[in-house]
Design a protein around this ligand. Sequence first.
Ligand code: IPM
Ligand code: MN
Length: 353
Amino acid sequence: MKSYRVAVLPGDGIGPEVTTQAVRVLDTVGECTGVRFEKTHYPHGADHYLATGEAFPQEVIDEMRGYDAILLGAIGDPRIEVGMLERAIIAGIRFQLDLFINLRPIKLFDAKLCPLKDKGPEHVNMVVIRENTEDLYTGMGGFFKKGTPDEIAVQEMLLTRRGADRLFKYAFDLAMKRGKKLTMVDKANAVRAFDLWTRAFEEIGQDYPEVERDHAYVDAACMWMVKNPEWFDTVVTSNVFGDIITDLGAMIQGGMGLAASGNIHPGKVSMFEPIHGSAPKYAGQNTANPLAAILAAQMMLDFLGEEASAAAVEGAVSSSLVEGEIPSASARNGLGTDDMGDIVCRRVRESLS
Ligand code: IPM
Ligand code: MN
């Protein structure tokens, strides 16, 4: 019997509620297919930090290497210095496990979920590959004369040729499996460091003559994503720009309640999470939408090679929205977090048995 070891890190705010539902969906898949998901829960996040003073110890990161995958809920809490836990836990996992791909599908399941006029599922179906271990996120920089009128703050934007090459190889390979069009999004006209990307993209692209190479500056890309989202199939971009354009992408697919991501190093333990934050205001109310967390579990299944189960989970989410059993991805759609989990589990069971 196949068995996977999964580290579950529910985290802060709405993280635990939505993760509970994602785990239920995994368990349902397990019941129907006989695949086992051996889960180990980790308590790290704001409460754990406030109780113990421990953010995310190195031993835990090292332990994570022993799993097949990691499922994360959300991290962030207003009681704690801005960004501290996010850097320790989210960036800690991304950087130390070298998860250089942040895969973020933007797929509209039903026209009624889209805020754009006259756009339907045939127009919004792209995937953004966000670089995940470089750029402004490396933490290189600091403060000088902090707290004085002469204060200087510096943060370096880092791009490497090795990083660009492995990123673009992954992106072209994925484009080959999708619509054979790859759009690189950067800001080479103003930020000259991106010249490295321009050259690497061109060179790696030579090995993929079947893939149409396209390019957009990030400001224009935001415009096109709203005006003509159908132009995009596979998109590759930098860490910061990918962070920004995928929030825009989440809105055109129906909201943050539907946007999931995979932090991936092909062939190694990888981490899956909704792209929304911890939404502390909504924590504990059983109103948060668990679909993004469920779709993160779906991406995990796909990554593990459980494609049929992944398709069943996506189908369950999609049909529940299309048929209106879940009216929208909003936290105020009248359904409880657990009700939405029930609906998806029932549909997964129907499709897998
Ligand atoms: C995301 C989040 C994180 C990021 C934060 C929480 C550090 O916004 O995954 O998109 O900026 O990468
Ligand atoms: Mn973000």
